[in-house]
Write a protein that binds this ligand. Sequence first.
Ligand code: PA5
Length: 444
Amino acid sequence: MSTIQVITKDVAPLVSADAVEALRPEAEKALSMLHDGSGAGNDFLGWVKLPCETPQSLLDDINATARSLRENCEVVVAIGIGGSYLGAKAVIEALGNSFAPYLNSGTPVLFAGQNIGEDYLYELIEYLQGKKFGIIVISKSGTTTEPAIAFRMLKELLEKQLGKAEASKRIVAITDAHRGALRQLATEEGYKTFVIADNVGGRFSVLTPVGLLPIAVAGYDIEQLIDGARLMQLEVANPSRDNIAMTYAMTRNALYRAGKKIEILVNYNPKLHYVAEWWKQLYGESEGKDHKGIFPAAVDNSTDLHSMGQWIQDGERSIFETVISVNSTVHALEIPYDDANLDGLNYIAAKRVDQVNKMAELGTRIAHVDGGVPNILITVPTINEHFLGELLYFFEAACGISGYMLGVNPFNQPGVEDYKRNMFALLAKPGYEKETEAINARLK
Ligand code: PA5
Protein backbone atom coordinates (compact mmCIF):
# COMPACT_ATOMS: atom_id res chain seq x y z
CA MET A 1 0.00 0.00 0.00
CA SER A 2 1.30 3.46 -0.85
CA THR A 3 0.93 5.96 1.88
CA ILE A 4 -0.15 8.85 -0.29
CA GLN A 5 -3.87 9.40 0.10
CA VAL A 6 -6.45 11.31 -1.92
CA ILE A 7 -9.44 12.57 0.04
CA THR A 8 -12.33 13.99 -1.94
CA LYS A 9 -15.23 14.45 0.50
CA ASP A 10 -14.87 18.24 0.35
CA VAL A 11 -15.85 18.51 -3.30
CA ALA A 12 -19.45 18.19 -2.08
CA PRO A 13 -21.98 19.73 -2.21
CA LEU A 14 -21.14 20.98 -5.73
CA VAL A 15 -20.18 17.50 -6.84
CA SER A 16 -21.63 14.53 -4.97
CA ALA A 17 -19.85 11.23 -4.37
CA ASP A 18 -22.35 9.67 -6.80
CA ALA A 19 -21.50 12.19 -9.51
CA VAL A 20 -17.80 11.34 -9.15
CA GLU A 21 -18.58 7.63 -9.11
CA ALA A 22 -20.60 7.99 -12.31
CA LEU A 23 -17.31 8.75 -14.11
CA ARG A 24 -15.72 5.46 -13.07
CA PRO A 25 -16.43 3.67 -16.37
CA GLU A 26 -14.73 6.54 -18.25
CA ALA A 27 -11.74 6.40 -15.91
CA GLU A 28 -11.50 2.62 -16.30
CA LYS A 29 -11.54 3.02 -20.08
CA ALA A 30 -8.88 5.74 -19.90
CA LEU A 31 -6.68 3.57 -17.69
CA SER A 32 -6.99 0.65 -20.08
CA MET A 33 -6.08 2.96 -22.98
CA LEU A 34 -2.85 3.84 -21.16
CA HIS A 35 -2.04 0.17 -20.74
CA ASP A 36 -3.17 -1.27 -24.07
CA GLY A 37 -2.06 1.71 -26.16
CA SER A 38 -5.42 2.13 -27.88
CA GLY A 39 -5.66 5.90 -27.34
CA ALA A 40 -4.31 8.99 -29.08
CA GLY A 41 -0.60 9.61 -28.58
CA ASN A 42 0.03 5.94 -27.94
CA ASP A 43 3.59 6.25 -29.20
CA PHE A 44 4.36 8.26 -26.04
CA LEU A 45 3.39 5.74 -23.39
CA GLY A 46 6.90 4.63 -22.42
CA TRP A 47 6.57 6.36 -19.04
CA VAL A 48 3.68 4.08 -17.97
CA LYS A 49 5.87 1.06 -17.18
CA LEU A 50 9.14 2.95 -16.92
CA PRO A 51 9.84 2.74 -13.15
CA CYS A 52 9.51 -1.06 -12.99
CA GLU A 53 11.46 -1.43 -16.23
CA THR A 54 14.36 0.81 -15.23
CA PRO A 55 17.39 -1.49 -15.09
CA GLN A 56 19.77 -1.33 -12.14
CA SER A 57 22.61 -0.94 -14.67
CA LEU A 58 21.15 2.42 -15.79
CA LEU A 59 20.87 3.66 -12.20
CA ASP A 60 24.47 2.52 -11.58
CA ASP A 61 25.65 4.36 -14.69
CA ILE A 62 23.82 7.53 -13.66
CA ASN A 63 25.24 7.33 -10.13
CA ALA A 64 28.77 6.76 -11.44
CA THR A 65 28.47 9.71 -13.83
CA ALA A 66 27.10 11.88 -11.03
CA ARG A 67 29.98 10.85 -8.77
CA SER A 68 32.51 11.76 -11.42
CA LEU A 69 30.90 15.19 -11.95
CA ARG A 70 30.82 15.77 -8.19
CA GLU A 71 34.47 14.81 -7.83
CA ASN A 72 35.62 17.01 -10.68
CA CYS A 73 33.36 20.05 -10.36
CA GLU A 74 32.59 22.69 -7.76
CA VAL A 75 29.29 23.31 -9.48
CA VAL A 76 27.26 21.66 -12.24
CA VAL A 77 24.89 23.50 -14.57
CA ALA A 78 21.90 21.55 -15.87
CA ILE A 79 20.73 23.09 -19.14
CA GLY A 80 17.19 22.41 -20.35
CA ILE A 81 13.67 23.79 -20.49
CA GLY A 82 10.14 22.49 -19.87
CA GLY A 83 10.20 18.76 -19.30
CA SER A 84 13.97 18.83 -19.63
CA TYR A 85 14.21 21.11 -16.59
CA LEU A 86 11.25 21.12 -14.23
CA GLY A 87 11.37 17.56 -12.86
CA ALA A 88 14.97 17.82 -11.66
CA LYS A 89 14.38 21.31 -10.31
CA ALA A 90 11.27 20.14 -8.45
CA VAL A 91 12.99 17.21 -6.73
CA ILE A 92 16.20 19.08 -5.92
CA GLU A 93 14.29 22.02 -4.41
CA ALA A 94 11.99 19.70 -2.45
CA LEU A 95 14.87 17.74 -0.92
CA GLY A 96 17.40 20.52 -0.56
CA ASN A 97 18.22 22.83 2.29
CA SER A 98 16.27 26.08 1.88
CA PHE A 99 19.54 27.99 2.17
CA ALA A 100 21.56 25.70 -0.09
CA PRO A 101 22.83 28.57 -2.28
CA TYR A 102 24.52 30.09 0.76
CA LEU A 103 25.99 26.89 2.17
CA ASN A 104 29.32 25.64 0.99
CA SER A 105 28.45 21.98 0.91
CA GLY A 106 28.04 19.38 -1.78
CA THR A 107 28.02 20.17 -5.48
CA PRO A 108 25.33 22.72 -6.24
CA VAL A 109 23.27 22.14 -9.35
CA LEU A 110 22.37 25.38 -11.11
CA PHE A 111 19.98 25.63 -14.02
CA ALA A 112 20.23 27.41 -17.36
CA GLY A 113 18.47 27.35 -20.71
CA GLN A 114 15.05 27.57 -19.01
CA ASN A 115 14.76 31.20 -20.10
CA ILE A 116 16.37 33.66 -22.52
CA GLY A 117 17.19 36.21 -19.85
CA GLU A 118 20.34 38.02 -20.88
CA ASP A 119 21.01 39.22 -17.34
CA TYR A 120 20.47 35.67 -16.01
CA LEU A 121 23.04 34.26 -18.43
CA TYR A 122 25.46 37.13 -17.88
CA GLU A 123 25.35 36.67 -14.14
CA LEU A 124 25.69 32.89 -14.44
CA ILE A 125 28.75 33.23 -16.66
CA GLU A 126 30.19 35.80 -14.27
CA TYR A 127 29.63 33.38 -11.36
CA LEU A 128 31.25 30.49 -13.23
CA GLN A 129 34.40 32.43 -14.15
CA GLY A 130 37.36 30.68 -12.55
CA LYS A 131 35.19 27.91 -11.07
CA LYS A 132 35.54 24.22 -11.84
CA PHE A 133 32.18 23.53 -13.42
CA GLY A 134 30.47 20.83 -15.45
CA ILE A 135 27.48 20.83 -17.77
CA ILE A 136 24.55 18.47 -18.18
CA VAL A 137 22.83 19.52 -21.39
CA ILE A 138 19.36 18.08 -21.80
CA SER A 139 17.17 18.32 -24.88
CA LYS A 140 15.07 15.53 -26.29
CA SER A 141 14.68 17.19 -29.67
CA GLY A 142 18.20 18.56 -29.48
CA THR A 143 17.05 21.69 -31.28
CA THR A 144 15.29 23.83 -28.64
CA THR A 145 16.47 27.43 -28.87
CA GLU A 146 16.66 28.37 -25.18
CA PRO A 147 18.95 25.53 -24.03
CA ALA A 148 20.92 25.70 -27.28
CA ILE A 149 21.84 29.35 -26.61
CA ALA A 150 22.84 28.61 -22.99
CA PHE A 151 24.85 25.56 -24.02
CA ARG A 152 26.71 27.42 -26.75
CA MET A 153 27.78 30.09 -24.24
CA LEU A 154 28.71 27.80 -21.35
CA LYS A 155 30.51 25.37 -23.63
CA GLU A 156 32.58 28.26 -24.96
CA LEU A 157 33.44 29.30 -21.40
CA LEU A 158 34.38 25.76 -20.38
CA GLU A 159 36.50 25.24 -23.48
CA LYS A 160 38.30 28.54 -22.82
CA GLN A 161 39.04 27.36 -19.29
CA LEU A 162 40.14 23.81 -20.09
CA GLY A 163 40.62 23.37 -23.81
CA LYS A 164 38.24 21.37 -25.96
CA ALA A 165 39.41 17.89 -25.02
CA GLU A 166 39.28 18.39 -21.24
CA ALA A 167 36.01 20.35 -21.45
CA SER A 168 34.33 17.48 -23.25
CA LYS A 169 35.03 15.26 -20.20
CA ARG A 170 32.92 17.58 -18.06
CA ILE A 171 29.96 17.67 -20.41
CA VAL A 172 27.15 15.11 -20.34
CA ALA A 173 24.43 15.22 -23.00
CA ILE A 174 20.97 13.72 -22.54
CA THR A 175 19.09 13.54 -25.80
CA ASP A 176 17.50 11.37 -28.47
CA ALA A 177 19.33 8.15 -29.37
CA HIS A 178 19.89 9.17 -32.98
CA ARG A 179 18.24 12.47 -34.01
CA GLY A 180 18.90 16.13 -33.42
CA ALA A 181 21.77 18.59 -33.36
CA LEU A 182 22.74 17.71 -29.78
CA ARG A 183 23.16 14.02 -30.60
CA GLN A 184 25.39 14.95 -33.55
CA LEU A 185 27.46 17.34 -31.44
CA ALA A 186 27.79 14.80 -28.60
CA THR A 187 29.02 12.16 -31.04
CA GLU A 188 31.49 14.52 -32.69
CA GLU A 189 32.87 15.87 -29.40
CA GLY A 190 32.81 12.53 -27.56
CA TYR A 191 30.54 13.55 -24.67
CA LYS A 192 29.19 10.99 -22.25
CA THR A 193 25.53 10.61 -23.19
CA PHE A 194 22.26 9.24 -21.88
CA VAL A 195 19.25 8.55 -24.06
CA ILE A 196 15.72 9.88 -23.74
CA ALA A 197 13.59 7.11 -25.17
CA ASP A 198 11.44 7.98 -28.19
CA ASN A 199 8.30 6.93 -26.36
CA VAL A 200 8.72 9.22 -23.34
CA GLY A 201 7.63 12.84 -23.82
CA GLY A 202 9.50 15.68 -22.11
CA ARG A 203 7.00 16.35 -19.32
CA PHE A 204 6.87 12.64 -18.46
CA SER A 205 10.65 12.30 -18.35
CA VAL A 206 11.55 13.13 -14.73
CA LEU A 207 12.16 9.46 -13.92
CA THR A 208 14.55 9.02 -16.87
CA PRO A 209 18.17 10.29 -16.90
CA VAL A 210 16.68 13.74 -17.68
CA GLY A 211 15.65 14.10 -14.05
CA LEU A 212 17.75 11.41 -12.44
CA LEU A 213 21.23 12.66 -13.38
CA PRO A 214 20.89 16.22 -12.00
CA ILE A 215 19.13 14.80 -8.92
CA ALA A 216 21.99 12.33 -8.34
CA VAL A 217 24.59 15.08 -8.85
CA ALA A 218 22.81 17.12 -6.19
CA GLY A 219 23.41 14.18 -3.84
CA TYR A 220 19.99 12.53 -3.63
CA ASP A 221 19.09 8.87 -3.69
CA ILE A 222 17.66 8.10 -7.13
CA GLU A 223 17.13 4.45 -6.22
CA GLN A 224 14.70 5.48 -3.48
CA LEU A 225 12.99 7.85 -5.91
CA ILE A 226 12.52 5.03 -8.44
CA ASP A 227 11.43 2.63 -5.68
CA GLY A 228 8.65 5.03 -4.70
CA ALA A 229 7.61 5.40 -8.33
CA ARG A 230 7.61 1.61 -8.77
CA LEU A 231 5.35 1.17 -5.80
CA MET A 232 2.92 3.73 -7.18
CA GLN A 233 3.12 2.25 -10.70
CA LEU A 234 1.98 -1.11 -9.36
CA GLU A 235 -0.67 0.45 -7.20
CA VAL A 236 -2.39 2.49 -9.92
CA ALA A 237 -2.06 -0.06 -12.72
CA ASN A 238 -5.39 -1.76 -11.94
CA PRO A 239 -8.89 -0.32 -11.98
CA SER A 240 -9.60 -0.97 -8.31
CA ARG A 241 -11.68 1.30 -6.04
CA ASP A 242 -8.41 2.18 -4.24
CA ASN A 243 -6.74 3.46 -7.39
CA ILE A 244 -5.91 7.01 -6.27
CA ALA A 245 -4.88 8.15 -9.75
CA MET A 246 -8.37 7.25 -10.98
CA THR A 247 -9.95 8.94 -7.95
CA TYR A 248 -8.08 12.18 -8.61
CA ALA A 249 -8.77 12.08 -12.37
CA MET A 250 -12.48 11.33 -11.85
CA THR A 251 -12.90 14.04 -9.23
CA ARG A 252 -11.19 16.83 -11.15
CA ASN A 253 -13.14 15.92 -14.32
CA ALA A 254 -16.41 15.96 -12.34
CA LEU A 255 -15.51 19.42 -11.00
CA TYR A 256 -14.58 20.66 -14.48
CA ARG A 257 -17.90 19.47 -15.87
CA ALA A 258 -19.66 21.23 -12.98
CA GLY A 259 -18.10 24.52 -14.11
CA LYS A 260 -14.82 24.65 -12.19
CA LYS A 261 -12.36 25.57 -14.91
CA ILE A 262 -9.34 26.40 -12.76
CA GLU A 263 -7.48 24.07 -10.39
CA ILE A 264 -5.17 25.63 -7.84
CA LEU A 265 -2.50 23.31 -6.45
CA VAL A 266 -1.83 24.46 -2.91
CA ASN A 267 1.11 23.65 -0.70
CA TYR A 268 1.97 24.66 2.85
CA ASN A 269 5.64 23.85 2.50
CA PRO A 270 7.83 26.21 0.45
CA LYS A 271 10.02 23.30 -0.62
CA LEU A 272 7.16 22.15 -2.87
CA HIS A 273 7.06 25.31 -4.98
CA TYR A 274 8.74 23.66 -7.96
CA VAL A 275 6.75 20.46 -7.60
CA ALA A 276 3.79 22.72 -8.37
CA GLU A 277 5.66 24.25 -11.33
CA TRP A 278 6.34 20.73 -12.65
CA TRP A 279 2.68 19.79 -12.09
CA LYS A 280 1.54 22.93 -13.95
CA GLN A 281 3.55 21.93 -17.00
CA LEU A 282 2.40 18.30 -16.79
CA TYR A 283 -1.29 19.15 -16.67
CA GLY A 284 -1.24 22.37 -18.69
CA GLU A 285 0.64 20.95 -21.65
CA SER A 286 -1.20 17.63 -21.51
CA GLU A 287 -4.78 18.87 -21.19
CA GLY A 288 -4.94 22.40 -22.55
CA LYS A 289 -5.92 21.74 -26.15
CA ASP A 290 -8.87 21.72 -28.54
CA HIS A 291 -10.12 24.72 -26.50
CA LYS A 292 -10.60 22.46 -23.49
CA GLY A 293 -8.83 21.76 -20.23
CA ILE A 294 -8.61 22.80 -16.60
CA PHE A 295 -6.25 25.76 -16.16
CA PRO A 296 -3.56 24.65 -13.66
CA ALA A 297 -2.49 27.33 -11.20
CA ALA A 298 -0.59 27.12 -7.93
CA VAL A 299 -0.04 28.95 -4.67
CA ASP A 300 2.46 28.58 -1.83
CA ASN A 301 0.73 29.03 1.51
CA SER A 302 0.67 30.58 3.93
CA THR A 303 2.73 33.14 1.93
CA ASP A 304 0.07 33.49 -0.76
CA LEU A 305 -2.79 33.68 1.72
CA HIS A 306 -1.57 37.25 2.10
CA SER A 307 -1.84 37.91 -1.62
CA MET A 308 -4.04 35.45 -3.52
CA GLY A 309 -6.02 34.42 -0.43
CA GLN A 310 -8.54 37.20 -0.90
CA TRP A 311 -9.26 36.16 -4.50
CA ILE A 312 -9.55 32.49 -3.64
CA GLN A 313 -11.89 33.16 -0.71
CA ASP A 314 -14.06 35.71 -2.40
CA GLY A 315 -13.39 36.07 -6.13
CA GLU A 316 -15.18 34.47 -9.09
CA ARG A 317 -16.29 30.94 -8.21
CA SER A 318 -14.57 29.22 -11.13
CA ILE A 319 -11.92 27.45 -9.05
CA PHE A 320 -11.26 24.36 -7.00
CA GLU A 321 -8.24 23.58 -4.89
CA THR A 322 -6.02 20.54 -4.59
CA VAL A 323 -4.00 20.73 -1.39
CA ILE A 324 -0.78 18.75 -0.97
CA SER A 325 -0.55 18.23 2.76
CA VAL A 326 2.73 16.91 4.15
CA ASN A 327 2.09 15.00 7.38
CA SER A 328 5.54 15.37 9.00
CA THR A 329 8.31 17.88 8.55
CA VAL A 330 11.91 16.73 8.40
CA HIS A 331 13.02 18.91 11.33
CA ALA A 332 11.31 19.87 14.61
CA LEU A 333 11.17 23.38 16.06
CA GLU A 334 9.13 24.72 18.98
CA ILE A 335 7.89 28.26 19.45
CA PRO A 336 9.59 29.68 22.57
CA TYR A 337 7.87 31.11 25.66
CA ASP A 338 8.53 34.83 26.23
CA ASP A 339 8.01 36.49 29.64
CA ALA A 340 7.04 39.86 28.21
CA ASN A 341 4.66 38.31 25.66
CA LEU A 342 4.32 41.66 23.88
CA ASP A 343 3.50 39.85 20.64
CA GLY A 344 0.78 37.85 22.45
CA LEU A 345 2.14 34.55 21.18
CA ASN A 346 2.45 32.72 24.50
CA TYR A 347 -0.79 30.88 23.77
CA ILE A 348 1.13 28.88 21.19
CA ALA A 349 4.41 28.67 23.10
CA ALA A 350 5.87 25.14 23.13
CA LYS A 351 3.84 24.20 20.08
CA ARG A 352 5.71 23.03 17.02
CA VAL A 353 5.86 25.54 14.16
CA ASP A 354 4.32 22.84 12.00
CA GLN A 355 1.33 22.55 14.34
CA VAL A 356 0.60 26.21 13.67
CA ASN A 357 1.12 25.65 9.94
CA LYS A 358 -1.33 22.71 10.05
CA MET A 359 -3.96 24.88 11.72
CA ALA A 360 -3.42 27.55 9.05
CA GLU A 361 -3.96 24.79 6.49
CA LEU A 362 -7.05 23.34 8.12
CA GLY A 363 -8.56 26.75 8.85
CA THR A 364 -8.01 27.81 5.25
CA ARG A 365 -9.45 24.61 3.80
CA ILE A 366 -12.60 25.01 5.89
CA ALA A 367 -12.91 28.71 4.97
CA HIS A 368 -12.41 28.02 1.26
CA VAL A 369 -14.88 25.12 1.21
CA ASP A 370 -17.40 27.35 3.02
CA GLY A 371 -16.66 30.05 0.43
CA GLY A 372 -17.57 27.76 -2.47
CA VAL A 373 -14.14 26.36 -3.36
CA PRO A 374 -14.29 22.54 -3.55
CA ASN A 375 -11.25 20.83 -2.14
CA ILE A 376 -9.26 17.72 -2.98
CA LEU A 377 -6.73 16.75 -0.33
CA ILE A 378 -3.59 14.80 -1.15
CA THR A 379 -1.63 13.70 1.92
CA VAL A 380 2.05 12.79 1.75
CA PRO A 381 3.77 11.29 4.83
CA THR A 382 6.92 13.38 4.54
CA ILE A 383 9.21 14.83 1.90
CA ASN A 384 11.89 12.34 0.97
CA GLU A 385 13.03 10.61 -2.21
CA HIS A 386 10.65 7.67 -1.80
CA PHE A 387 7.47 9.70 -1.35
CA LEU A 388 8.47 12.16 -4.07
CA GLY A 389 8.84 9.17 -6.41
CA GLU A 390 5.35 8.05 -5.44
CA LEU A 391 3.94 11.54 -5.87
CA LEU A 392 5.51 12.19 -9.27
CA TYR A 393 4.31 8.90 -10.73
CA PHE A 394 0.87 9.38 -9.17
CA PHE A 395 0.50 12.75 -10.89
CA GLU A 396 1.73 11.34 -14.22
CA ALA A 397 -0.71 8.42 -14.13
CA ALA A 398 -3.62 10.62 -13.10
CA CYS A 399 -2.72 13.07 -15.87
CA GLY A 400 -2.85 10.37 -18.55
CA ILE A 401 -6.22 9.11 -17.25
CA SER A 402 -7.61 12.62 -16.86
CA GLY A 403 -6.52 13.71 -20.34
CA TYR A 404 -8.20 10.73 -21.98
CA MET A 405 -11.35 11.36 -19.93
CA LEU A 406 -11.31 14.94 -21.21
CA GLY A 407 -11.13 13.64 -24.76
CA VAL A 408 -7.77 15.09 -25.78
CA ASN A 409 -4.44 13.58 -26.75
CA PRO A 410 -2.52 14.14 -23.50
CA PHE A 411 0.83 13.43 -25.09
CA ASN A 412 1.27 16.07 -27.78
CA GLN A 413 1.79 19.82 -27.51
CA PRO A 414 0.88 21.37 -30.88
CA GLY A 415 0.27 24.78 -29.30
CA VAL A 416 3.88 25.10 -28.17
CA GLU A 417 5.02 25.34 -31.78
CA ASP A 418 3.15 28.58 -32.57
CA TYR A 419 5.38 30.92 -30.58
CA LYS A 420 8.45 29.24 -32.04
CA ARG A 421 7.23 29.82 -35.60
CA ASN A 422 6.74 33.53 -34.91
CA MET A 423 10.03 33.86 -33.02
CA PHE A 424 11.94 32.18 -35.85
CA ALA A 425 10.19 34.40 -38.40
CA LEU A 426 11.05 37.53 -36.41
CA LEU A 427 14.67 36.40 -36.08
CA ALA A 428 14.80 35.64 -39.84
CA LYS A 429 15.84 32.03 -39.30
CA PRO A 430 16.85 30.37 -42.60
CA GLY A 431 13.90 28.37 -43.92
CA TYR A 432 11.37 30.84 -42.47
CA GLU A 433 11.59 33.46 -45.25
CA LYS A 434 7.87 33.44 -46.07
CA GLU A 435 6.89 33.67 -42.41
CA THR A 436 9.38 36.52 -41.90
CA GLU A 437 7.86 38.46 -44.76
CA ALA A 438 4.32 37.84 -43.46
CA ILE A 439 5.03 38.78 -39.85
CA ASN A 440 6.99 41.90 -40.83
CA ALA A 441 4.07 42.99 -43.02
CA ARG A 442 1.74 42.60 -40.01
CA LEU A 443 3.99 44.71 -37.83
CA LYS A 444 4.21 47.67 -40.25
O1 PA5 B 1 6.91 18.31 -22.49
C1 PA5 B 1 7.50 18.65 -23.51
O2 PA5 B 1 7.61 17.91 -24.48
C2 PA5 B 1 8.18 20.00 -23.60
O3 PA5 B 1 7.93 20.80 -22.51
C3 PA5 B 1 9.66 19.82 -23.74
O4 PA5 B 1 10.14 19.13 -22.63
C4 PA5 B 1 10.40 21.15 -23.84
O5 PA5 B 1 9.86 21.90 -24.88
C5 PA5 B 1 11.88 20.92 -24.08
O6 PA5 B 1 12.08 20.17 -25.23
P1 PA5 B 1 13.45 19.48 -25.57
O7 PA5 B 1 13.77 18.53 -24.49
O8 PA5 B 1 13.23 18.82 -26.88
O9 PA5 B 1 14.50 20.58 -25.65
